[in-house]
Design a protein around this ligand. Sequence first.
Ligand code: FAD
Length: 381
Amino acid sequence: MSASQPIKLAVIGRGLIGSAAARHLSKMGHEVALIGPDEPADFARHDGVFGSHYDEGRITRVYDPQALWRQMNRAAISRYGEIAAESGVEFYREAGALHVGDSETTDVASVGKVCADEGIPCEAYQDAALAERFPFLKSTAGMLGFFEPGDAGYISPRRLVRAQTIAAERAGARIIAEPALGILETGTGVTIRTRSGSVQAERVLVAAGGHTQSLLGRSLGFTVYRRTVALFRLGAAEVQRLAGMPSMRCLGPKGDNPYILPPILYPDGHSWLKLGGDPVDCRLDSEADIKDWFRSGGSIEVADRLQTQILDRISDLKFEERRVVPCMTTYGDTGLPSIGPLSERVTVAFGCYGKSAKCSDELGRLGGMALLGEVRAELAP
Ligand SMILES: Cc1cc2nc3c(=O)[nH]c(=O)nc-3n(C[C@H](O)[C@H](O)[C@H](O)COP(=O)(O)OP(=O)(O)OC[C@H]3O[C@@H](n4cnc5c(N)ncnc54)[C@H](O)[C@@H]3O)c2cc1C
């Protein structure tokens, strides 16, 4: 099937990867139905599916230890402007990204080496120079930092999904804001069952995040894990003091290596500083586990640890309220997303690793291409 022949396609999952795939496929001239529900209004009472994009901050950076991820980051970041222009929705702030760690006990130096080898613009700071450049850091003695000033910062995943959905719709995609309840593949097509009826497609791309394997009824070698995020509401003075703060990756042993987002304005009109970094990976083995986890509101124990960590890292931090939010992530054995066909008519695109928001536009594009028959062998399930 040539990519230029229009065909009838469905994308299941209106998250970061699915909405990106729908935009790319629609722009190529295909007839696309993008199927997936809106964000649940109340997690505790929601009995449907959940996603990993219900937030305003995801770190963006080019750096990654693996070449393929760097390539995908670069490709996606280069299209942020295009997506914003097509949709009228801004979702990216170039605040920069700081990778920081103890120069003796962490491998932070390897970040600088990869950046130097791969031509990623990056500034190095140590001890007093680190304190001078980032005065909000509480402790910098013995610390080394590598700062990516450009093509780095954060995106709002919520706004990016909105932007991709609008752009896909403007390119002709039909949005069906409902979950898929089942997929049936026959010799002539695929039937996708929803509450309001069935959708017929010639081929379908499943990009349902943590729900992907249960929707397909088979394992693709990925495990779904709980994640807890802690958010701290800041007053005006703290927001002003931390105005120059970049996104941060703190290197250290598991459980003491938080990622931290700078103050971001949330839909409630307040600015919140967010961090995450679970000490233990707790599995979510079934649909019921996933739903129970989201309904639970997250782990207070993890949030307490995160609170200690933020107070240890940002000097004199004053916050007015704390919020705890549950999320989920998926990890596979290969360290790479799974993008490719499962059968003649069903293709999959997912794989979170806590880092696929920034490059989701490229993952969605690759998912769309795989649906059309062009598969990258190293990503094939
Ligand atoms: C706490 C946390 C922090 C993160 N931080 C970062 C970061 O700083 N930087 C970064 O780059 N990445 C980060 N990530 C990763 C990123 O958010 C995820 O990788 C990304 O959301 C995955 O996109 P996706 O499209 O696969 O899944 P999702 O974004 O979860 O989308 C899946 C969609 O599928 C839908 N769906 C599920 N089942 C069905 C069904 N049956 N029918 C229809 N639709 C369905 C859901 O409603 C959802 O909208 C983080 C993830 C977590 C959990």
